[in-house]
Write a protein that binds this ligand. Structure first.
Ligand code: GMT
Length: 374
């Protein structure tokens, strides 16, 4: 099959899932064409069957902005026509799904559009008044709609009047890349002293990630265990978090590492990963930790209970229950046997429920159905 994948290139869940799906489809022998404003951050450039098409912004003095959505639509039309694509898969409804729909109206060979809704496209951005009707329109006009958790499906059905059936295809993880014994892991000594446990958090430092709660929960350990907090990523709340560490007097036990493309080289070093998000349609960071055999402490919102099993591979509590998060961290950090058991259970669950080959097959089934109905 010849498949177009439209996704955001920046570090983040939707682009990551789109890219890994493309890799998996290419491995299965399909021809995959990524269309994006930059190479997606995990894109493998030398894999057979993988092509990348850059969307170039339109700069003309008359226009005050680079007309990205029109540039993307034009690029989809060009790639569909040139490579005779059978289907276009838009990850993140805004603006990709609408652009793909427009392209299918423009092109001389109308093609099916499969839209995957990842979460923030409908929960945070898509609910904005100006964008709501566009989002609703593009979801309804998609030939096939998928989303990444049962929670997210209910959310879309409740907040948008959607006629199209929505299929749930959970995200997935490559257990070879994300594994406890990854040989490319960074030297532990670069992150912590030998006697320090490592608590890790992955974030785009947006308010929704609730990183302030991570810092408060870590401070709440009150030196009951020798530990270091390692924060991966960057974003708008980063400076506020650094100030918070300073005010709590824990700056010397917290490391801000910045943006990391290969988190799989860091995660296996963690004794525990903490993600107390306010919203999370799925939470790839938790699944990545589980695959690396690392126990998790998280909030219990949205799709997270579909990923984590409370008391088996990790602990969950309401997002702002700092006391509970501290207690959960302590329960893991002070009990190596529990840490090991939770880690093994997490990896087992990742293998059982979030297998790339099975999920790629589900997407292929959607594509076939979409082609048949178009
Ligand atoms: O907020 C993020 O983590 C980024 C965001 C995105 O759109 O890239 O992630 C969303 O999609 C991921 C992949 O499906 C999910 O794992 C995240 O839970 C989801 N984020 C939210 O719902 C806040």
């Amino acid at each position: 099959m010849k498949i177009g994948i439209v996704c955001h290139p920046s570090i983040g869940g939707s682009g990551l899932v789109a890219t890994e799906l493309g890799h998996e489809l290419a491995r299965l022998g399909h021809e995959v064409h990524f269309i994006s404003s930059a190479p997606p951050f995990k894109l493998s450039r030398n894999q057979p069957n993988v092509h990348f098409h850059l969307v170039e912004a339109i700069h003309y003095p008359l226009f005050q902005d680079p007309l990205y959505t029109f540039a993307l639509t034009a690029k989809i039309v060009e790639v569909v026509n040139q490579y005779q694509l059978h289907v276009v898969h838009a990850h993140y409804s805004i603006p990709h799904s609408l652009c793909a729909y427009l392209a299918s109206e423009i092109t001389r060979r109308p093609f099916p559009v499969v839209t995957t809704i990842h979460g923030t496209d409908v929960t945070l951005i898509g609910q904005d008044r100006p964008l709501y009707p566009l989002n609703q329109f593009s979801i309804n006009r998609s030939t096939c709609v998928t989303t990444v958790s049962n929670f997210q499906r209910h959310y879309i059905q409740r907040h948008f009047q959607v006629d199209t059936p929505i299929e749930v295809i959970h995200n997935f993880i490559d257990l070879h890349q994300f594994r406890p014994d990854n040989p490319e892991v960074v030297p532990r000594a670069t992150l912590a002293a030998d006697d320090e446990k490592i608590v890790m958090h992955l974030s785009n430092f947006r308010p929704v990630k609730n990183t302030q709660a991570v810092i408060s929960a870590f401070a709440g350990l009150n030196n009951a265990v020798s530990a270091r907090l390692v924060l991966l990523g960057s974003g708008p709340c980063l400076e506020a978090c650094q100030i918070q560490c300073h005010q709590l007097g824990i700056s010397d036990r917290v490391s801000f590492i910045g943006d990391i493309r290969n988190v799989e080289h860091y995660l296996p070093l963690a004794n525990c990963v903490i993600q107390p998000s306010y919203r999370e349609s799925f939470c790839m960071a938790l699944l990545e930790a589980m695959a690396c055999g690392v126990p998790t402490v998280s909030s219990d919102v949205d799709g997270i209970p579909e990923v984590v099993e409370h008391g088996v591979s990790g602990y969950m509590a309401p997002a702002d229950d700092i006391e509970a998060h501290s207690r959960h961290l302590l329960a893991i950090l002070t009990n190596p046997q529990r840490q090991h058991q939770f880690g093994q259970a997490g990896r087992h669950r990742a293998a059982e429920r979030f297998n790339p080959a099975e999920k790629a097959e589900r997407y292929l089934h959607c594509y076939r159905q979409a082609i048949a109905t178009c």
